[in-house]
Design a protein around this ligand. Structure first.
Ligand SMILES: Nc1ncnc2c1ncn2[C@@H]1O[C@H](COP(=O)(O)OP(=O)(O)OP(=O)(O)O)[C@@H](O)[C@H]1O
Ligand SMILES: [Mg+2]
Length: 329
């Protein structure tokens, strides 16, 4: 895989002109490539161009209902964030290992979460590089035993994943957890480790009941039990303007204040490009062509950046205030 950020896209984000960005690339001797008359760059150059600073945060992708897009959306968004210069770590919690496979990694050769818990491997040493700016703790079928391990050994579900996520926060800006379609102990542990939970919803028959059960279970089993507040967000996926089901689910989400307040502004349209690229062990950002998937995932990534970004001006003024205090003392 070879994901790229186009200079035209970077200019749109930075609100600067193409000539101004091209000049920066040249004067700072940054790495970039030109193909099909388009200029593009990867993670390392992105770090120097965007210079974004983040409050490290953990995002757990979950929904009791299977096939709603947890893995495809988290994979594409993780790649996109790395192209804005963010350092992204993914914990694949799903024993199906779909995220791991999308990364082209054979988990047989690597420790997975259950090994970290039983064999005491260090999480930072167990991360596997995927592409510049994205590392993963892979998953395989043995992780199906995590729920039993939590129950039988009475492991502290509020700490077991969280302490590892906290370690990752020392080196990464975003930590994504791709959850299996269940609400067992391991997924509850992921919820308790997360700063934000993203529930993808697709316009299908049982989607709303899947969403409602997921929200109720999170409230009852995690929030109330552990006396903690969860930030739960909803992303509508597989939107197809031609189907009445898509419009009716959108309307339901907008008309219910509890859903509406949690809804991302972005919704992701149905696009064959998402499954097609993953099947070829590529990403939607490998190609230079514009596509709806590219546009939608870019907008979603920007929403995540907006939530976690440290405003440079505020950051500097805080630093100045701190140094003023030191001088005063
Ligand atoms: N926006 C989209 N457009 C078209 N197809 C999509 C889109 N999002 C997901 N899909 C397809 O839907 C299917 C399910 O997606 P995915 O595996 O990401 O769901 P999941 O919620 O992770 O499933 P599971 O619960 O089994 O882990 C896949 O075949 C994927 O290619
Ligand atoms: Mg999945």
């Amino acid at each position: 895989m070879n994901p790229k950020m186009l200079t035209a896209e970077a200019c749109d984000f930075l609100k600067i002109s193409l000539p101004a960005l091209h000049k920066q690339l040249k004067t700072k001797s940054l790495d970039y490539k030109k193909s099909q008359n388009k200029i593009h760059f990867t993670h390392e150059t992105a770090r120097k161009i965007f210079k974004l600073k983040f409050n490290p945060s953990c995002w757990s992708w979950q929904n009791l209902k299977g096939g709603v897009g947890k893995t495809h959306l988290s994979f594409a968004t993780a790649i996109r964030l790395s192209l804005y210069g963010a350092r992204v770590a993914v914990i694949d919690l799903d024993q199906q290992g779909n995220f791991t496979q999308a990364c082209g990694i054979d988990a047989e050769n690597h420790p997975v979460l259950i090994d970290l818990i039983t064999e005491k491997y260090d999480i930072l040493e167990s991360m596997v590089p995927v592409t510049n700016g994205l590392d993963i703790l892979p998953s395989r079928i043995e992780n199906a035993l995590l729920d039993n391990l939590f129950a039988i050994n009475s492991l502290p579900i509020d700490r077991e994943i969280k302490k590892r996520v906290n370690q990752l926060k020392e080196q990464y800006d975003f930590i994504f957890i791709d959850c299996p379609p269940s609400l067992g102990q391991a997924v509850s542990a992921a919820s308790l480790a997360a700063d934000h939970i993203i529930v993808p919803v697709d316009p299908e028959r049982f989607s709303l009941s899947g969403l409602s059960v997921t929200l109720k279970e999170l409230e009852r089993n995690v929030s109330e039990k552990f006396e903690t507040k969860l930030d739960i967000k909803i992303i509508l996926n597989k939107f197809d303007a031609r189907t009445s089901l898509s419009h009716s689910i959108l309307q339901t989400l907008f008309n219910d204040p509890d859903y509406q307040s949690r809804l991302f502004k972005t919704f992701v349209r149905t696009s064959q490009e998402l499954p097609n690229t993953v099947a070829k062990n590529k990403t939607i950002f490998d190609s230079l062509k514009n596509s709806s998937a590219r546009e939608d995932i870019d907008l979603l990534a920007r929403e995540l950046i907006e939530i976690t970004r440290i405003n440079e001006a505020e950051h500097n003024s805080h630093e100045n205030q701190t140094s003023d205090v030191v001088v005063a003392i």
